[in-house]
Ligand binder design. Structure first.
Ligand code: EPZ
Length: 442
């Protein structure tokens, strides 16, 4: 499942043309795998992508005694949780990598075993702040949270009870934490300020298949009636809309035409509106969406990233590459993550004209305004990109660098591309299918 290749030399300037197929969403599949721990019987998950984040969660399940085997269908995994057991800090740590998923094991493991551990992954990887909502939620359910030198230990000496929870921000992970904990807690849980991303709705579908009782109101309120027993599930994962948006942006940036098999309109409405405003063309089919460059100049846009149903933060980086080719000034105000514009430095080296600002530009003030975060970008286009040597910083930023190299004139060497395999299944094979001109280096 890993990617042995570390570096790609790309001869850019050729449109990407052809068809690729999506599998299930990384940001649903990994949580669905954790949910299998709650069942008394085996679960079957279909359309699991072959990505390294899935391998990490599989490893974490296995160290906790869950048997994981491949099913008959390609991309099908079967999880048997009949022998769930405690794991050592060191084993969890060794399997966790830089993933945040260990925190989501807490509720299910507290139900199954009465205790759970999260390794201390180091201040810059998991500090207290990025999991503060999670710890607060677990305490509300009655978990005892102890900070030890080696990590965090949790126990539930009196079991877990339903709670009234209000999130300070509609966090995806903290909402999932509440769901995965409340479904088997005693009594009723009311969650206010919930995130309602389609991946969360699909996790709710899975939990309902397992026997959970969950009501979703229109005002970010979710109610869960705890039940005593959950069964395994059989489920085909929701498609990866972040991957779909990435390839759509690649079509636009390279003057290309890509049919993204498995993409659906309803979960991508907001992206499709912006894609159309930029000038991108698309056609909705029963089995996917075709995205292509119009052949005329692209338009600049103003985008503010937000929680669903807003424009997702994960769509921002690939689209910024296409916006370097729009005729005029685009503005992107990032309101979900405070530090998500580091990737533009490489684009600037390649000839893009982009400035980042600490102010909330173009829209409303967000929680990062008046603080020291470069979270607004001004992109002036069109600017011709030329090839460069780039080192991939993170998953979405890395895919954006690939797109930039594919659209630039001349050769680019992109290193550290293994990170991209965390979330993009077989991206090398897909680039080949789309006619990209590149050479792999070990
Ligand atoms: C999920 O991260 C996704 N990851 C992210 O995708 C995605 O960008 C994000 O949701 C927003 O949609 C997975 O699903 C594995 P959050 P998550 O909790 O759940 C702050 C990708 O590229 N916060 O909604 O970790 C946090 O710092 C990845 O696929 C706290 O302050 O995101 C951020 O500013 C990247 N304390 C905001 O909330 C907490 O305890 C939203 O984060 C938790 C979060």
């Amino acid at each position: 499942m890993g990617l042995s290749v570390d570096r790609i030399t790309i001869n850019g300037g050729k449109p990407l043309l052809g068809r690729i197929e999506l599998k299930g969403a990384k940001n649903l599949v990994t949580k669905a795998m954790v949910a299998s721990v709650l069942g008394e019987t085996p679960s079957v998950l279909k359309d699991v992508p072959n990505i390294s984040d899935v391998r990490i969660v599989r490893g974490l399940l296995e160290v906790h005694g869950v048997r994981v085997v491949e099913g008959v269908e390609e991309g099908e995994l079967i999880f048997d949780p009949s022998n769930v057991e405690s794991a050592h800090f060191a084993d969890i740590d060794a399997h966790a990598g830089s993933s945040r998923i260990p925190i989501l094991f807490c509720g299910p493991l507290l139900h199954r075993l009465g205790e759970a551990f999260i390794p201390d992954l180091g201040g810059c990887r998991i500090g207290d702040r990025p999991i503060d909502f999670h710890l607060e939620v677990l305490r509300k359910f009655g978990a005892v949270v102890e900070k030890l030198p080696s990590g965090i230990r949790m126990s539930a000496p009196n079991g877990l009870r339903g709670a009234k929870v209000e999130l300070p921000y509609p966090s995806v992970g903290a909402t999932e934490q509440v769901l995965l904990t409340a479904v088997r807690a005693e009594g009723i849980t009311e969650l206010k300020g919930a995130a309602i991303e389609p991946e969360i709705m699909d996790l709710i579908n899975i939990l309902q298949k397992m026997g959970a009782i969950i009501t979703v109101d229109t005002d970010r309120v979710i109610r869960i009636e705890g039940v005593e027993r959950l069964e395994g599930y059989t489920h085909r994962a929701l498609f990866d809309r972040n991957e779909a948006a990435s390839w759509a942006s690649a079509a636009l940036a390279t003057d290309g035409d890509i049919f993204v098999g498995g993409a659906r309109q309803s979960e991508m409405l907001t992206f499709l509106n912006v894609f159309r405003k930029v000038g991108g063309q698309f056609e909705i089919h029963d089995d996917g969406i075709r995205f292509w460059h119009p052949g005329t100049p692209l338009n600049p846009v103003f985008i503010e990233t937000d929680v669903h149903p807003g424009f997702m933060t994960d769509w921002q980086q690939p689209l910024v590459v296409a916006l370097t080719q729009a005729q005029g000034v685009s503005i992107v105000h990032e309101t979900v993550y405070e530090q998500r514009f580091g990737f533009v430095d490489a684009l600037i080296d390649m000839g893009a004209e982009i400035q980042v600002h600490k102010d909330c530009l173009g829209g409303q003030a967000c929680r990062f305004g008046q603080r020291n975060f470069n979270h607004s970008a001004v992109i002036v286009g069109p600017r011709k990109l030329h090839g460069a040597d780039i080192e991939v910083p993170d998953l979405r930023g890395g895919f954006s660098h690939l797109i930039a190299a594919l659209s630039a004139e001349g050769p680019s060497t992109v290193s550290n591309v293994g990170i991209i395999a965390r979330g993009y299944e077989n991206f090398i094979g897909k680039l080949q299918q789309l006619g990209a001109d590149f050479v792999l280096e070990g």
